[in-house]
Design a protein around this ligand. Structure first.
Ligand code: NAD
Ligand code: MG
Length: 386
């Protein structure tokens, strides 16, 4: 029996790499569903190649185009937000890969968990926004959440075979991004072209900017808390520019396990999709002789404020991380549209945190309202400044 995967965000960086994994392992995986927001051409091409039962194009204006192109195949085409959410409930889905970007991942993930589908989680924003709700829902519905993020996959791989041995702490590695070692005076003038040049990974625009500001590592600290049930003081971040050690776990006897390899997202993607089995792969192997020195340094929290902010909201709990996530999404978009500078991203987050009402025990609708209120506030703040 093939494992039938629904890929949410199939036209993105993670989505296309997941399809490469499926293409290389046609006896193991099948595609049940593909979704995308705007890239109709690629979605059509993917649907013709992989023949899912259902396809959703988020942007309703593109429905006719996708529907016409797929009319001679037995593929159902839908569009719009409600289809993006409900398509995960189909009976013939075994696993949902959440590879869309941002807050938009939250509701489809909730629906997938309620429908009893295992989750391969790339969309870290979902756990950042509502980690408590998602993890308790997954427990209630006996659904597994397998990390796709490379650092969390590394930790998950280090935990294999450890049974109930408690984690003393984890160490998340960070490449440091394109601006490692720079000061605030330098960062004040950097352009989006500079920020979009990640040294080691090729990824979607939003996560690439998040990597340059270290917000990505901050989101990952919060993601790790929920995935592995840790306290803030059990989560360390260390800068490792070569991106060979993908993260580490330290146990109570002082032993540290690391997971290593050349950077390639297909490894964590296929580990999540086929857990607990490893799939043969042909991507290049790491050779120690080619890397005589692997280096490690402390992250600079004064220059890269977003990582410090993430630790603060992790301690604070409630809807604080939801506020940070929404403000960051708006600020990154504004930076990509040249409306604010690089350092302005942190300013938008700090002011949003100060302004938006804190809720200690948020419900789902509190998250929805927090997200909307923060987006409104952050957008207005940026408007005033331009
Ligand atoms: P991307 O921008 O390359 O692709 C995003 C995909 O989501 C596209 O298919 C797009 O059509 C779809 N999408 C965008 N907005 C949407 C919306 N509002 N509703 C539904 N679908 C929407 O992004 P990516 O780099 O593949 O990242 C996807 C997720 O995976 C992010 O949460 C990111 O943080 C996480 N992640 C990515 C990488 C990586 O290497 N790219 C690594 C770790 C984690
Ligand atoms: Mg990562």
């Amino acid at each position: 029996m093939k494992k039938r995967i629904a890929i949410l965000g199939s036209t993105g960086s993670i989505g296309t790499q997941a399809l490469e994994v499926i293409d290389a392992n046609p006896d193991i995986f099948g595609v049940a569903v593909l979704t995308a927001r705007d890239n109709a051409d690629l979605l059509i091409q993917q649907a013709i190649q992989f023949r899912p039962k259902e396809v959703v194009i988020g942007n309703e204006k593109l429905f006719d185009k996708v529907d016409a192109a797929l009319s001679s195949y037995s593929i159902q085409v839908y569009s719009g937000d409600s289809a993006l959410v409900s398509v995960v409930e189909a009976e013939d889905i075994d696993m949902v890969l959440t590879a869309m970007v941002g807050y938009a991942g939250l509701l489809p993930t909730i629906h997938a968990i309620k429908a009893g589908k295992d989750i391969a989680l790339a969309n870290k924003e979902t756990l950042v926004v509502a980690g408590e709700l998602i993890t308790s829902l997954a427990k209630r519905h006996e659904v597994n959440i397998y990390p796709v993020d490379s650092e969390h996959s590394a930790i998950f791989q280090c935990l294999a075979g450890e049974g109930d041995n408690p984690i003393e702490k984890i160490i998340l590695t960070a490449s440091g991004g394109p601006f490692r070692g720079k000061d605030r005076a330098f960062l004040a003038d950097v352009t989006k072209q500079q920020a979009l040049k990640h040294p080691n990974w090729s990824m979607g625009a939003k996560i690439t900017i998040d990597s340059a500001t270290l917000m990505n590592k901050g989101l990952e600290v919060i993601e790790a808390k929920w995935l592995f049930d840790l306290r803030a003081e059990q989560i360390d971040v260390i800068v490792h520019p070569q991106s060979i050690v993908h993260s580490l776990v330290q146990f109570e006897d002082g032993s540290i396990k690391a997971q290593m390899g050349l950077p390639d997202m297909k490894l964590p993607i296929q580990y999540a999709m086929h857990y607990p089995f490893r799939l043969k792969s042909s991507f290049p192997r790491f050779n120690f002789i080619d890397y005589p020195s692997l280096t490690f340094e402390k992250p600079d929290l004064d220059t890269f404020q977003n990582l410090a902010i993430a630790y603060q909201v992790l301690e604070k709990g409630g809807n604080a991380a939801c506020i940070v996530n929404a403000a960051n999404e708006i600020a990154v978009e504004a930076f990509l549209q040249d409306k604010i500078g690089f350092l302005g991203i942190s300013d938008v987050i700090v002011e949003s945190l100060a302004k938006i009402e804190y809720i200690g025990n948020p419900t789902y609708s509190d998250y929805v309202q927090t997200n909307e209120a923060t987006r409104r506030f952050a957008s207005e703040m940026i408007q005033v400044k331009v």
